[in-house]
Design a protein around this ligand. Structure first.
Ligand code: SME
Length: 137
């Protein structure tokens, strides 16, 4: 049904991004699950122990609570950060909204490079989130 179609679409997006952009080294989704909680969704990359994240916690939780894109050029400079792999050097998180503008989740990308993300990355990922909103949310 609809849920499976949505999950497959998110996974397909992960595959495309992971394949096309070499500095995307963990590419996935977190989805809002219940009250002020994120649950890991489809992803490609190393297995993460952060399957559930509270709003406000880590970069993902901060992006969810502020509803803003976070671009972290060097994760070693952050105090509120949850490490998924010691290889990760940088991270971008873009919020995903439903059609009523309510936070529904986010795209999360980790890179093994320091400072690889620019406006092109935020624009691309924000456009993808907008398409997901229009089609599924
Ligand atoms: N680094 C994230 C946690 C998620 S893992 O990177 C997949 C954070 O600080 O919220």
């Amino acid at each position: 049904g609809k849920d499976l179609e949505f999950t497959k679409a998110l996974y397909k997006i992960c595959e495309l991004l992971d394949k096309k952009i070499d500095y995307y080294n963990w590419t996935g989704f977190y989805l809002v699950d219940g009250n002020n909680k994120l649950k890991v969704g489809p992803y490609i990359g190393e297995k993460t122990e952060h399957v559930e994240i509270e709003f406000g916690q880590g970069i993902c939780g901060q992006a969810a609570s502020t509803e803003k894109t976070f671009v972290i050029s060097d994760v070693s400079k952050e105090d509120n950060y949850l490490s998924c792999s010691p290889k990760t050097k940088s991270e971008i998180v873009v919020p995903l909204f439903d059609k009523n503008g309510k936070i529904a989740g986010e795209i999360d990308i980790d890179s093994h490079e320091v400072n690889p993300f620019d406006e092109k990355d935020s624009e691309l990922l924000e456009d993808i989130c907008q398409l997901i909103t229009e089609r599924y949310l």
